[in-house]
Every structure is written in structure tokens, then in C-alpha cells.
Design a protein around this ligand. Structure first.
Ligand SMILES: [Zn+2]
Ligand SMILES: [Zn+2]
Length: 358
């Protein structure tokens, strides 16, 4: 339940019930008794003369790391905690406004990382593992999939818990370098795991997809990864969002653990910011748009390109991708959707659209 808040310092804001209750308890907002009708008339009454100045425009999570330039001892950026370890850890090459820095130290108690400007011929990549656990009570793999509302897809939407473990990092040398031929440029990391609760929407990929992929002697993991990326790439055509706000389950070459057969999108902000929830009722449209995106791309690289199945903010640097496998996964999933939703006549969705195979 979202409530409208009127601020004397700017346009109306919208708060959910827990936010407004919490802010009222802390003395930041109060009710306006002259507000008409159902309007709760919440106004900012806190101590700051300009509350907007205390709000970070770069991060909405309260828990964040501050990046300090060692030379000037000034803060140059704040990074939300759940994204910080992709950029800063001891030895990381950190980029900011075209300048290259190396991270000299990081303190987890104060959430401060100290960086020093440096001219380096390499950059760094973390090696990490992310698990998305669905905690919403709906089974991930129901034996029967009744079409839940909206009837346009059998996708689910529920709370999820995201856990990322950072194992180490590698140096990637630019151009030819004697160091580039070394294989020992891997450094283990001792970083705390990042865990947060969010909202995810997902759709089970049918077994027929695996059959089709294996018949073509392709692999499922690159197909699931690529299909998920294609969904993320078409998402901004339907929902206003930033690549850093939404993510999927990204595969890496060294993770051989079980990988669920699903296409899943989740909000990268703790608590969720409504992107996955908005994607839920249009999941079928997203699938169709993703198919068109991949089919229309003329790239000949088996692993695709940024115009089809590469994703700008892939946590695994667009490894483990296969364009042909991704297309088979997407098409098989759409076909399964049509079969599920057409199982009981009439074969129409709630909007009156006739469902048909692509
Ligand atoms: Zn392409
Ligand atoms: Zn990815």
C-alpha cells in the first residue's frame, strides 16, 4: 500500500506503509489535519532545513561504502553495499570518471575503501557466486502450473533472497604483456558475503527446451544465461529501469553446481523497487520481444553480441553465453506457455487476446 507524501521542498513523494510508519515514528513526517478526504497529507517535519541534501542521488540503499581518494582524503563516490565488492577490495582496480585507481585498503566496520590514483596496465575481475533463493512460499517447480493472475503467463512473482560470495579476483592485462601469459594472477579474497532480500519474477523453462538444445549438440547453461540476458535487454522498452537495478542468474565457467531451469529477473535493490513486480504481468510479451531481438540480430558470434544476448551489467562479464541455445530456450518457453494457458478453453487471456504459437 503506497501513500502519497506532500513535501514542502519538492513534488509529492510516494511511500509504502512501512516507510511512512517508520518515518512518522522517527519524527520525520507528520499528518496534515487539513488534508482532504482519503489523502493522508503526510508532510516532512524533520530537523533538516533541506532534507534533499541528505539523500544520495547515486545510491538508495542506506548501507554503502564510501570511496576515499588517498591523495585528497576526500570522498569520491558512495557504492551500495550489495554492489561494492564488484568494484572495491584490496588490490582492485577501481575506475572513476575516466581515472584509474588501485584500492589500497578497505575497512568493513566503517565501510570505507581507500584508493590511490595509478597508471595500471591491467584491470581486475572478481570471481564470485550468486544464489537466488525463492522465499515467497510458492514452489519453484510446481508439478501442475495453474495460470495465476494475470492469465497472460504462468510466471510467478515472490520474495527472494540473494546471496553473493566473493572468492577472489584475477588481473586482466591490457594488450600483450609478459604478465598476461602467467596463470598465477589470481588472488583469493576474504570478504563478507553479501545477502539481501528482494523481489523476483520467474518462469519455469520446460524440459522440451533441454531436448531441443541437446538435439543441436548445444548446452543449456549458456542458453539459459543468454535467454535471461535477452529478457533484461528488452525490459527497458516496457519498464523504466536501469541495468544496475535489475539482474538475473548469471553463469560463470567454473560454477558446475545445479542450475535451476528457469528464467528469473530480480530487483538488485534490497527490498525490491517494483521492477520484477511490473515484469510479472508482461512476462509473455517480454519473451516474445526477446525472441524478436535475438532473431533480428545479424551477429555471427556464437556467444552473441551487445545487441542481442550480452548484458551491460552481467556480473559474470558475459561468459557462458550461446545465442542459438538462447533462442531455442526462449521459443520452447513461449510454446510451453501457449500449451499451459490453452489447456482449458477458451484459449484467450484476460485481455481477450487469442493465444497462438509463434
Ligand atoms: Zn548479436
Ligand atoms: Zn549474465
Amino acid at each position: 500500500m503506497w501513500k502519497r507524501m506532500v513535501s514542502c521542498h519538492g513534488p509529492a513523494l510516494f511511500l509504502n506503509a512501512s516507510h511512512s510508519t517508520g518515518m512518522m515514528a522517527r519524527g520525520f513526517v507528520g499528518r496534515n489535519p487539513t488534508a482532504p478526504g482519503e489523502d493522508p497529507g503526510l508532510h516532512y517535519i524533520g530537523p533538516a532545513s533541506s532534507p534533499a541534501q541528505t539523500v544520495s542521488i547515486r545510491a538508495i540503499d542506506d548501507s554503502r561504502y564510501t570511496i576515499i581518494d588517498e591523495a585528497t582524503q576526500s570522498a569520491i563516490e558512495e557504492i551500495e553495499e550489495n554492489k561494492a565488492f564488484y568494484e572495491v577490495y584490496k588490490g582492485a582496480v577501481y575506475m572513476h570518471q575516466g581515472r584509474t585507481y588501485i584500492c589500497k585498503a578497505i575497512d568493513h566496520a566503517s565501510k570505507v575503501a581507500v584508493v590511490r590514483q595509478a597508471d595500471l596496465r591491467y584491470y581486475t575481475k572478481t570471481r564470485d557466486m550468486t544464489d537466488v533463493t525463492l522465499t515467497g512460499g510458492n514452489p519453484s517447480y510446481p508439478s501442475r502450473v495453474p495460470p495465476p493472475p494475470p492469465r497472460t503467463s504462468s510466471a510467478f512473482c515472490a520474495p527472494a533472497q540473494v546471496t553473493t560470495r566473493f572468492l577472489g579476483f584475477r588481473k586482466i592485462w591490457k594488450g600483450f604483456s609478459p604478465q598476461a601469459s602467467k596463470n598465477n594472477d589470481y588472488t583469493e579474497l576474504d570478504l563478507p558475503s553479501i545477502q539481501y532480500n528482494t523481489i523476483a519474477t520467474w518462469l519455469r523453462v520446460p524440459d522440451t527446451a533441454r531436448t531441443l538444445v541437446e538435439q543441436r549438440e548445444l548446452e543449456m547453461r549458456p542458453g539459459l544465461h543468454g535467454a535471461s540476458h535477452a529478457l533484461l535487454n528488452v525490459l527497458p522498452m516496457y519498464i523504466t529501469c536501469n541495468p544496475k537495478d535489475v539482474a538475473t542468474e548469471c553463469d560463470n565457467p567454473y560454477d558446475t553446481r545445479y542450475r535451476p531451469m528457469r528464467l528469473l529477473l530480480f530487483d538488485r535493490q534490497p527490498g525490491g523497487i517494483g521492477i520484477a513486480a511490473q515484469a510479472w504481468p508482461i512476462f509473455r510479451e517480454l519473451l516474445q520481444a526477446a525472441i524478436e531481438l535475438v532473431e533480428a540480430c545479424e551477429c555471427e558470434e556464437p556467444s552473441g553480441c551487445p545487441a542481442c544476448i550480452h548484458y551491460l551489467d552481467c556480473s559474470e562479464y558475459n561468459n557462458v553465453l550461446d545465442k542459438s541455445s538462447a533462442l531455442l530456450v526462449l521459443k520452447a518457453t513461449v510454446d510451453a506457455e501457449v500449451s499451459i494457458l490453452c489447456a482449458s478453453p477458451p484459449c484467450r487471456d484476460d485481455a481477450g487476446m487469442t493465444l497462438s504459437k509463434s
